[in-house]
Design a protein around this ligand. Structure first.
Ligand SMILES: [Zn+2]
Length: 276
């Protein structure tokens, strides 16, 4: 006689589970995620959340591992939704309370990059509201750039791949995607960047290094190449999920692409920091 993998009771010959137990298990997972999402995204507070989740866990045979995975799924989906129209202070505070309540470490909440995205969203809120974010950015080694006194470091990306267009004519024939004008006061939704990877087939790989984003420039440094691009020289930006393409003013300017950075964050930051 087999035992049910959910409730542990007899399940019958050659059977490993009761159908009604499996149903409870599946429905429980769904309502677990939905309850967390609605608690984060709605106006209400989080006071009953832990108790309500415990009830679902007990009624649906969910263990600690299920709990961790479901919280991560719900957290990721909630963050994705919050980033569609920018993160307000109230939303940020609520997320912080939720993280405290769940007692999940940054590692599990950042499994799919959601925790980092929240940090980026908070920086973008400062920038779009005209403030300079006061950050304490620490890097493993000193950055190989000489920043101006009048600029502030916003973000550092490591392991960034730098590409240049091979020739102007070649690139024009192979243009992909949409170019966005560099205009202040715009907020580009995170979902607009999904599923748009950098097209590198027509580009020449130059090197891999560090990209620093300040309030005035994009800096890139690798053993092969150092690059400094003022925002006010940009005429358009191509947004990708994993990078950006930059078009500078001037006939001889080469199209430049940086890959392995967050396109949504970089696009929004440059667009709203640009004074030109
Ligand atoms: Zn059962």
């Amino acid at each position: 006689m087999g035992k049910c993998i959910y409730c542990g009771e007899k399940a019958g010959f050659f059977k490993k589970k009761h159908q009604e137990c499996e149903l409870k298990f599946n429905e429980g997972q769904l309502s677990y995620v939905n309850l967390i999402k609605s608690s984060i995204l709605s106006e209400g507070n989080l006071s009953n959340l832990a108790d309500n989740l415990l009830q679902i866990r007990q009624a649906s045979f969910l263990n600690d591992e299920h709990h961790h995975n479901l919280v991560t799924i719900a957290f990721d989906q909630s963050v994705a939704q919050l980033l569609e129209d920018g993160l307000t202070i109230a939303e940020e505070e609520k997320i912080t309370r939720f993280c405290d309540l769940m007692q999940l470490g940054q590692d599990s909440l950042d499994k799919n990059g959601s925790y980092q995205k929240l940090g980026m969203a908070a920086i973008l809120r400062e920038i779009t509201e005209g403030r300079i974010p006061q950050l304490n950015i620490r890097t493993d080694s000193p950055l190989p750039f000489l920043f101006q006194k009048s600029e502030t470091l916003i973000w550092v990306f490591a392991q960034v791949e730098y590409y240049e267009q091979r020739t102007r004519t070649e690139y024009q024939g192979a243009s992909h995607g949409v170019s966005l004008k560099v205009t202040k006061g715009m907020y580009y939704r995170a979902s607009a960047f999904k599923g748009k990877p950098v097209q590198i087939s027509e580009m020449k790989y130059i090197g891999t290094g560090i990209l620093a984003l300040t309030t005035k420039h994009v800096y890139f440094g690798s053993p092969e190449k150092k690059v400094k691009i003022p925002f006010n020289k940009l005429i358009s930006i191509e947004p990708y999920e994993d990078g950006i393409g930059l078009h500078k003013d001037g006939v001889s300017a080469k199209h430049q692409v940086f890959r392995n950075i967050d396109g949504w964050f970089t696009q929004n930051a440059i667009t709203n920091l640009n004074q030109g």
